[in-house]
Design a protein around this ligand. Structure first.
Ligand SMILES: Cc1cc2nc3c(=O)[nH]c(=O)nc-3n(C[C@H](O)[C@H](O)[C@H](O)COP(=O)(O)OP(=O)(O)OC[C@H]3O[C@@H](n4cnc5c(N)ncnc54)[C@H](O)[C@@H]3O)c2cc1C
Length: 456
């Protein structure tokens, strides 16, 4: 057994070895910021390159009364976390002293153009919170079908499902009631995963049901106090920033790795961590064809997130307004989901209502629109696990200088959590785990649990 003194000495040695390293991180979303912060904590010199004019993670935050950071703000997109499914991000918040708070997120469901037919509340059942409906909705048959749909999800055993079983196969095999999956389950999932229903159909069922159980039946969801900005600011403090620099070329030379943007060259760097979307890696040179082949295969979906004040996206009756509102056509041909932000963002609690809608069926009125931001989101098919294994193998190659992380690069639904886990893993490949103050002797195994040492 290694005694604490010896461990201290070895850690100091590693630290002094790391201190000499220069690391470039490309991209300042959650993965890039976490990787940069972890490398900085390990004592390296970190330069972070971001194509946007400021940090990528909170670039789209909307300030409602000026831009001073103290005013009412809306995270775009709005991020929520469940303690069960986001343990690593929440642990990081603890370490950085970024406070989080619980929010209530009841759901209302309406037909389009109108008619609210379900509103959820939650009640405590032992250590679990169970979705339920207020009395006035209990007389409706749809409500019972919804509640029995929830029961079916509650009883599912996601971990025992065949890893190749898609959600489409699951709902057919388990005869999930159409009113539940079309009216609520799919809109909920297309919102959590920000993608269309066809994509959800192809998602591995076990993975998505596991997340759903944690969100729907777990403890209350949490949000970041001060918004995404609060966490991003803390992570980015000690890094050297190159904002507004889109990396266009990466080249490995004998003196190190260089990055080029327009006519400027940066480097040499000992290591480069690419924390951009897997489909944004066109700056990789020709000899990276293996990397490109794997990374290009990670699937993405895209859409537009509208931030607006158009009340047609809430139930007609103000009493039915809920932070989450699903609207679905009676023939189930189209649905959409809106978040009423004010009840879950204290800095705008007294402001006029603000909503976020992903890919609305009809556009919010122009004069009521605050912004419309095109976004891409990593999604998952049954191929992803194979791609992740191939990426792991690549990362373990000898003399590796360039690494890849992002929400797509860890198992599970691509979220802030997977972005952080992928960053921890990459920093582990560099030989250090600064949070556990523990030496990573071997590269982490492919078991997803090994990615989350921070959460342990
Ligand atoms: C509508 C919506 C709602 C969401 N809600 C939640 C939620 O509630 N909870 C949750 O956990 N997650 C949520 N997510 C997902 C989460 O936001 C993403 O998974 C996460 O932000 C991805 O982080 P990332 O660091 O992997 O990538 P990104 O955030 O995409 O960061 C990549 C960065 O790289 C920069 N970049 C790209 N190319 C270059 C280049 N060549 N040079 C320099 N910089 C470059 C980009 O500008 C960007 O800033 C949501 C996503 C969406 C779209």
């Amino acid at each position: 057994m290694i005694g604490p003194c010896l461990l201290d000495k070895v850690n100091k040695d590693i630290r002094s070895r790391m201190m000499k390293k220069k690391i470039a991180v490309i991209g300042s979303g959650m993965a890039g910021l976490a990787a940069g912060w972890l490398c900085r904590k390990a004592g390296t010199d970190v330069t972070i390159f971001e194509a946007q004019s400021s940090r990528g993670m909170d670039f789209h935050t909307q300030f409602l009364d000026g831009n001073d950071g103290r005013s009412g703000h809306v995270d775009v997109p709005l991020r929520v976390m469940s303690p069960h499914a986001w343990p690593t991000v929440l642990k990081l918040c603890d370490i950085l002293d970024v406070k989080t708070f619980e929010v209530d997120t009841p759901v209302a469901c309406s037909w389009l153009p109108q008619g609210t037919w379900f509103r959820s509340i939650k009640f405590q059942f032992g250590s679990r919170e169970i979705p339920w409906a207020p009395l006035r909705y209990l007389i409706r048959p749809e409500t019972y079908r919804m509640l029995s749909g929830f029961l079916q999800i509650y009883r599912a055993h996601p971990k025992s499902l065949d890893s190749d079983l898609t959600l489409e196969e699951f709902r057919k095999q388990y005869r999930v009631d159409p009113i539940f999956w079309k009216g609520l389950l799919y809109p909920l999932l297309t919102t959590i995963c920000t993608c269309d229903e066809k994509t959800i159909d192809q998602w591995p069922a076990g993975q998505i049901l596991d997340l759903l159980q944690k969100i729907v039946f777990g403890s209350r969801l949490r949000r970041l106090q001060g918004g995404t900005k609060a966490l991003a600011e803390k992570l980015g403090t000690d890094l050297t920033w190159k904002s507004g620099i889109r990396v266009e070329e990466l080249s490995e030379k004998s003196s190190g790795t260089f990055l080029r943007s327009q006519n400027n060259e940066f480097g040499p760097f000992d290591y480069v961590i690419c924390a951009v979307q897997a489909n944004h890696l066109n700056f990789l040179p020709e000899q990276y064809h293996r990397e490109r082949k794997i990374l290009d295969a990670f699937p993405y979906d895209s859409g537009t997130l509208w931030v607006h004040r158009d009340e047609r996206f809430m139930p007609e009756n103000r009493k039915d307004w809920s932070p989450l509102h699903y609207q679905v056509k009676k023939d189930f041909s189209q649905s959409m989901f809106s978040v009423w932000v004010n009840p879950i963002e204290p800095t705008i609690a007294t402001h006029a209502p603000v909503f976020q809608t992903w890919n609305p069926i009809f556009e919010p009125e122009a004069e009521k629109t605050l912004s419309a931001v095109p976004m891409e989101r990593a999604v998952v098919t049954r191929e992803n696990q194979k791609l992740l294994s191939e990426l792991d193998l690549l990362h373990q190659g000898p003399l590796r200088k360039v690494f890849f992380c992002g929400s797509y690069a860890a198992s599970g639904v691509p979220l802030l959590e997977s972005a952080v886990r992928s960053a921890i893993k990459v920093v582990g490949y560099l030989g250090y785990d600064p949070l556990n103050q523990k030496i990573v002797d071997d590269v982490p195994s492919q078991d997803s649990n090994s990615e989350t040492s921070l959460a342990a």
